[in-house]
Design a binder for this molecule. Structure first.
Ligand SMILES: [Zn+2]
Length: 405
């Protein structure tokens, strides 16, 4: 477990994303593990290849108030940003107080918008951090750039100063605007934007692949499918996102189950799928359900694992309040053997690779662990921060559960 996580989170794998062949190397590594464990191929291959559009942020730099900021820690850029080098320009400070006040009267609001449209012309835009819980203000922040024509945004940048934790993400489109999200501690009403740079590349047909293996059971008519995405966010400049908890841990969990069942013949045939490109919007799993290598109707149950590195506070399961019979079974096993503190219920949520299957009517659970260091989509999600304390217990619980079908 530990060694799989160490390998997948190493700098060599470059955050298992879109630079330095990170995702490709990870796929090869997993297929090699499948081979060692003696998993069967499907259609003579462990791979299902596909292409996808992706906007790759290759590098991003920002020097503010004389200080070079650190990517992932002090700032990130929006994943749909296009390439842009620094332009010397005045800064327009958006005024959230003024905006919120204007919401009281329609005429005041129209007046505000008109002033905003004139004042922003040809300038960089700074959005101050704000504490208002006004939904329309948050929407305004979010969509601001799209109110203006691409030409107006082309040679300037937008700087959002945020009180929230910086969460990096990916985009499958490229817009004609450069947007920075900056930790609020760097905000002042007297900003000096000294330098910045975004280097991005849009690739329409980036090659990715899901990794699939099979262990035949005593009963071949029905399948139990075990899934985990192996990709993560990649690397920006020299900062890479290790993605230990998300989801080197789930990949290791899947490999451990494969190892167990390679020595203990399962009742039903097991299909193991390590998905690519989950972080770009469940791309690998959507591709799979549209181009299935197995009969989806034969799937008795699907178990998806994403974020498996903690568990001190138990586990939570998306879809458990829908598939109540299965939930009760799992809960009973847990009450009897005390594997984890609790199994928290949750309804449906399209937040990981179970979702495309669930939408096709496949009964499924998505399990994630609770507790731990809480690093998420940042450069600090490192292997050494995972306790893995409950890892074996959680595996034992799911082996019992799978054997109960
Ligand atoms: Zn994930």
């Amino acid at each position: 477990m530990r060694s799989v996580i160490t390998t997948l989170t190493s700098e060599e794998f470059a955050g298992r994303g879109y630079v330095d062949n990170g995702m490709q190397k990870s796929a090869e590594f997993i297929a090699n593990e499948f081979q060692k464990l003696g998993l069967e191929k499907i259609n003579d291959s462990y791979f299902q290849e596909f292409t996808m559009p992706i906007n790759i942020i290759k590098n991003a730099e920002l020097k503010l108030n004389g200080k070079n900021l650190k990517y992932g820690e002090d700032f990130i850029v929006k994943p749909n940003s296009y390439s842009q080098n620094f332009h010397q320009k005045e800064i327009y400070y958006f005024d959230p107080m003024d905006y919120s006040a204007s919401l009281r009267f329609e005429s005041a609001f129209i007046d505000f918008i008109q002033r905003d449209m004139v004042a922003q012309k040809g300038k960089h835009i700074a959005f101050p951090p704000h504490e208002f819980e006004v939904d329309s203000l948050n929407q305004y922040y979010k969509h601001w750039a799209s109110f203006y024509k691409p030409e107006e945004n082309r040679n300037r940048a937008v700087f959002y100063f945020s009180k929230d934790k910086l969460i990096a993400s990916l985009s499958q489109i490229q817009d004609s605007i450069a947007e920075f999200i900056v930790n609020k501690k760097y905000y002042s009403k007297n900003l000096s934007i000294d330098n910045y740079k975004i280097e991005s590349e849009f690739i329409n047909d980036f090659k990715s692949k899901n990794v699939i293996g099979k262990i035949e059971g005593k009963n071949k008519d029905s399948l139990i499918v075990i899934t985990a995405h192996y990709d993560h966010l990649g690397k920006v400049g020299n900062v890479y996102f290790p993605g230990a908890n998300d989801n080197a841990s789930g990949t290791a969990f899947l490999l451990n189950l494969a190892k167990y069942y390679s020595k203990n013949k399962p009742k039903y045939t097991l299909i193991f799928i390590a998905f690519a490109a989950e972080e770009a919007g469940l791309v690998g799993s959507y591709y799979f359900v549209e181009n299935p290598l197995i009969d989806l109707k034969k799937i008795k149950f699907l178990l998806n694992f994403d974020i498996m590195g903690a568990g001190e506070d138990g586990i939570q399961i998306v879809n458990s309040s829908i598939f109540t019979k299965e939930y009760e079974k799992l809960n009973q096993l847990n009450s009897k053997n005390k594997y984890v503190k609790q199994i928290k219920k949750r309804g449906e949520a399209c937040n990981s690779d179970h979702c495309p299957f669930y939408e096709k009517g496949v009964p499924s659970f998505f399990t994630y662990t609770l507790g731990g260091a809480g690093h998420y989509h940042d450069p600090f999600d490192k292997g050494e921060t995972l306790s893995l304390e409950k890892f074996q217990d959680i595996q034992d619980l799911f082996v019992k559960f799978i054997d109960k079908f």
